[in-house]
Write a protein that binds this ligand. Structure first.
Ligand SMILES: *Cc1c(COP(=O)(O)O)cnc(C)c1O
Length: 381
């Protein structure tokens, strides 16, 4: 075989008849948005991860924006994050006027390195946004310890890690606020959607305000009349619909099954690729249990006598939807324009040059994994 008949995407949603029925039912209900399904979805997420509160948003990026607002990040505040993540992890800081500071990654986990974070802390530092890259939780105990010492807010970007565990605890209970995304490639989907979970009542109140124009029913309503509401801060319309929440509730019933499937398939990749020259398989820490959102290997161009680009293109030719996660954020022209220089995080840059994401999602079979591996070995041998 030198080509798959059908294109295999690097990630995609799994939608079944129950999901479709749930959406149809929501469409027939009196509420299309901000009805009972939102509250039920928020309750489902909070219960699943073991957090007190959950606030659903129109997408994960909006949720991160809201978390930055709730954390009180503003003009001139510095926020530290990883360069190896999706742009939204950094952009949310810019939305509220803050400055993004990139701390380099750890060469074992490819997550943000705690020692690097500490070196980047200044009197202006307000928050840290660790990212659970590929679904493997960042070193959250050390990060929370650092945050306590320097009085910083921690907003965990868990877009990849819903259902993942760190020292036996679910992601969602480790940071002050945690964001999950429900984009179609993420662990479960609402088409577009996001959520912040937190145990903090103050953050919870701020997040709800920010989601809906900064409008609230204040104490004056009693004196003025029941129609009365006030806009007390500048918010947005970042609401999720009931239709999406209904899909989310239905999807959550299958999350554990999806993750089990991902873990099984990742294990098979590991077994098949572990001893291949020129390939480094993802490293799994003993005290974490990754949700395996992405399966990302490192290619050593010296050892395979081909460039990453050549391997990427040949795999795409063979109908294998390989991808690369991620370009260091500060390499993007927008961030270059803000003055960030190449070379800032050398380990992240080296990671980027060798990275190749192989397809992994719950509807794949073991045969799919075998196809990817045999085509890959054919390319690099
Ligand atoms: C997907 C993603 C986001 C943004 O989520 P959206 O729901 O697409 O807005 C943020 N951070 C990371 C790491 C992501 O993968």
């Amino acid at each position: 075989m030198n080509k798959r008949e059908k294109f295999l995407a690097y990630g995609q949603q799994s939608i079944d008849d129950d999901d479709i029925a749930a959406v149809v039912e929501a469409l027939k209900s009196p509420f299309l948005t901000t009805g009972p399904k939102i509250a039920e979805f928020e309750e489902t997420i909070a219960t699943y991860v073991g957090a007190k509160y959950a606030v659903a948003f129109s997408n994960g990026t909006a949720a991160l924006h809201a978390a930055c607002f709730a954390a009180g990040i503003g003009d001139g505040d510095e926020v530290i994050t990883s360069p190896i993540t999706f742009a939204a992890s950094a952009n949310c800081v810019r939305y509220v006027g803050g400055d993004v500071v990139f701390a380099d990654i750890n060469t074992e986990t490819y997550n943000i390195d705690v020692l690097e974070i500490e070196q980047k802390i200044t009197p202006r530092t307000k928050a840290i946004i660790p990212v659970d890259f590929t679904g493997q939780p960042a070193d959250m105990d050390s990060i929370m310890e650092l945050a306590k010492r320097y009085n910083l807010v921690v907003i965990e970007d868990g877009a990849h890690s819903l259902g993942a565990e760190y020292k036996g605890r679910k992601v969602g209970t480790l940071a002050h606020m945690t964001m999950f995304s429900f984009h179609p490639v993420k662990p479960v989907t609402t088409a577009e959607g996001g959520v912040i979970v937190t145990d903090d009542w103050h953050y919870f109140e701020q997040l709800k305000l920010f989601r809906s124009h900064g409008i609230e029913q204040t104490a004056y309503a009693e004196e003025q009349g029941a129609w009365y509401y006030e806009m007390t801060s500048l918010g947005f319309n970042y609401r999720m619909t009931d239709i999406q929440a209904a899909l989310g509730i239905s999807q959550m019933k299958k999350l554990d099954y999806y993750i089990e499937k991902r873990r099984k398939l990742a294990k098979l990749y590991n077994e098949l690729l572990r001893n291949v020259d020129g390939i480094t398989i993802p490293y799994q820490l003993e005290n974490t249990n990754s949700g395996w959102h992405l399966y990302s290997i490192q290619l050593d161009e010296q050892n395979i006598r081909k460039t990453r680009k050549q391997v990427f293109e040949a795999m795409r030719e063979s109908n294998i939807g390989v991808h690369v996660h991620y370009l260091p954020i500060y390499w993007h022209p927008y961030y270059q324009g803000l003055g960030y220089k190449k070379g800032l995080c050398p380990l992240a840059e080296t990671w980027y040059k060798g990275a190749l994401t192989l397809p992994l999602h719950p509807s794949m079979t073991e045969q799919d994994i075998n196809d990817v591996v045999s085509l890959l070995l054919h390319q690099i041998n």
